[in-house]
Design a binder for this molecule. Structure first.
Ligand SMILES: *Cc1c(COP(=O)(O)O)cnc(C)c1O
Length: 388
């Protein structure tokens, strides 16, 4: 009724929403208030890993709600332990801290890296090298970690101790590592908000070498790339190395808020009792759902992710109105000839939800989107891309 007016009146004006209210959904289909159907190629920004209202995930959450939804971290609860064990067994990492968002996971990684620097390298070794065009969150510290000038206005002073190197600029990383008292380098392997920019293997290997030489922790932000999105469980697995810390969020919860900071051997015991915490972190209902999601991201599912990705690329790479395609797995960026806003509008009119990132159309469909819906959605997108 007055939803849109009341939203404008009562919700803080931080979001430029599309003119669309979603009221329900099932899998890769969403419905608006008039019952109009949309094929969802955005999954609420890589959150609904198995689509909207996935039955197994819902059962896991509901059954946990029936026993205990929240206990606080003063007491032992099972789902967060099961989830942490699953993450560690699937990655070879050692320990997990749970929060509620990507920004919170990154805050934890930054705190741990600074303490590691202090203990292992000495007073003042707190600087973290991040990359230009990166995105690490919206808190004052994760904004400081974000290497985009546009984020560094209006809300200062920002947290000190971040320096920025150009993505794919190895000499710049080396220079910053030598000139500053650094404890870590932190990066996304595919810059998501930065326009689906994939870091080259040469650059990543170069950074790993510098990190080894200069004794820096390697922190990988897998908030968007994690949990099967790129065709591997975590994006770093495409590059053949293991980070000292990785963070993840979005798709891990399958639709409920969660963030995880995952520590390798070097950093497993840096955080000690009282040094960090989160009231909702490791919430039993959220973690029960996340267990259901993570347990199903297996070799067969990942194979499907890669096949669906190949299908999208094959359909769009030489299509009219497409300048280039970037990304991996089901995290793809399409650089269009036509203004992106027009394409998004036309897709929406024709029943398809797509996202954007910088100057690209961004696709983040469910990992299990049925081929028939994917084909239909891509056909509609293809028409919108060509319609100029
Ligand atoms: C979305 C995102 C974040 C922030 O996550 P929130 O849950 O919104 O705090 C951090 N890093 C990357 C790479 C992201 O894509």
């Amino acid at each position: 009724m007055n939803l849109k007016e009341n939203d404008k009146k009562y919700i803080a004006g931080t979001y430029g929403r599309f003119n669309l209210a979603l009221v329900r959904g099932k899998g890769s289909l969403a419905y608006d208030e008039n019952g109009k159907e949309y094929i969802d190629l955005g999954t609420g920004i890589a959150v609904n890993s198995f689509g909207i209202g996935d039955e197994e995930w819902k059962k896991a959450v509901e059954s946990q709600l029936d026993s205990i939804a929240h206990a606080s971290n003063l007491y032992y609860t099972e789902p967060c332990v099961n989830l942490a064990e699953m993450i560690c067994e699937k990655t070879g990492m050692s320990k997990v801290f749970f929060g509620n968002s990507g920004a919170e996971a990154n805050e934890c990684a930054i705190k741990a890296a600074r303490k590691w620097g202090l203990v292992n390298k000495g007073e003042g070794y707190s600087t973290i090298i991040t990359l230009k065009n990166s995105f690490h969150g919206r808190t004052v510290t994760t904004l400081a970690a974000t290497g985009q000038d546009g984020f560094h206005t209006d809300f200062g002073p920002f947290t000190e101790g971040f320096v920025y190197a150009g993505a794919d600029n190895i000499p710049e990383v080396e220079k910053l590592a030598k000139e500053n008292k650094c404890c870590a380098v932190m990066m996304e392997l595919i810059q998501g908000e930065g326009g689906i920019y994939v870091l080259s293997k040469e650059f990543v290997n170069g950074v790993l070498e510098i990190a080894k030489k200069e004794n820096l922790l390697v922190i990988i932000d897998e908030v968007q790339t994690g949990n099967g999105r790129t065709g591997e469980l975590y994006a770093y697995m495409n590059y053949g190395f293991k980070p000292d810390i990785f963070t993840t969020a979005k798709g891990l919860g399958g639709g409920l808020p969660i963030g995880a900071c995952v520590f390798g051997e070097k950093t497993a015991d840096v955080l000690t009792p009282g040094s960090h915490g989160s009231t909702f972190g490791g919430n039993p209902a959220v973690c029960a759902g996340a267990c259901s999601i993570l347990s199903r991201i297996d070799a067969q599912l990942l194979d499907g992710v890669r096949k669906k990705s190949e299908y999208i690329v094959s359909q769009l790479q030489n299509a009219k109105g497409v300048e280039s395609i970037s990304g991996m797995g089901l995290m793809l960026g399409i650089k269009p000839v036509r203004p992106k806003a027009e394409i998004i509008e036309e897709c929406m009119r024709n029943g398809v939800l797509v996202l954007s990132a910088k100057d690209k159309i961004r696709l983040l469909p469910a990992l299990n989107i049925p081929d028939s819906l994917l084909e239909k959605g891509i056909e509609i997108l293809k028409k919108a891309l060509a319609d100029y």
